[in-house]
Design a protein around this ligand. Sequence first.
Ligand SMILES: C[S@@+](CC[C@H](N)C(=O)[O-])C[C@H]1O[C@@H](n2cnc3c(N)ncnc32)[C@H](O)[C@@H]1O
Length: 161
Amino acid sequence: MIYLFTSFMSAIFSVPYVGTQKKLLDHIFKPVHIRSKDIFYDLGSGDGRIVFYIKKTHDAQTYGVEFNPFLYVFSQIINKGLYHSKAHFIYSKVQVVDLSHANIIYVFLLPKLLKLLAPKIMAECKRGTVVVSHGFKIESFEKLLYKEAKGKQFNTYYYRL
Ligand SMILES: C[S@@+](CC[C@H](N)C(=O)[O-])C[C@H]1O[C@@H](n2cnc3c(N)ncnc32)[C@H](O)[C@@H]1O
């Protein structure tokens, strides 16, 4: 059902939509040691699966930022219906959202957008903020890389500012 819905939206928007595989989430986030006082952002949150996973498993403050109105509304419906609005979703382009409160950021975005986002993250986020990039390296963060996890399809890159 969700697959049909997201495929339909991708076709309309001509934007590729591929969510992080749910079975990989424990593996991806185990090295991050997320605590309930952390402020977690998924930039390009898709159907909200990462935000819901982090809320459920770590009870951190969680924010998803999504510019596709269908995906935004879909995650809000799930959020209000299933999770009673404990997560937050922001309908916005990731390029303009305020990141100054985040201390953990997750991205599964194309390199072109990562290149645009990197200076914004550097300028707005505190020292110590962890950035997890699934799928693609953030080239300008090369010196900040502290871990790389190999995956069957995608590697995951862990940076600390
Ligand atoms: C590869 S999907 C990842 C979804 C989710 N983070 C996950 O891992 O399951 C990328 C998402 O980023 C969104 N996106 C792409 N460019 C964006 C932008 N400039 N601002 C906000 N969202 C964007 C897409 O609509 C899509 O939902």
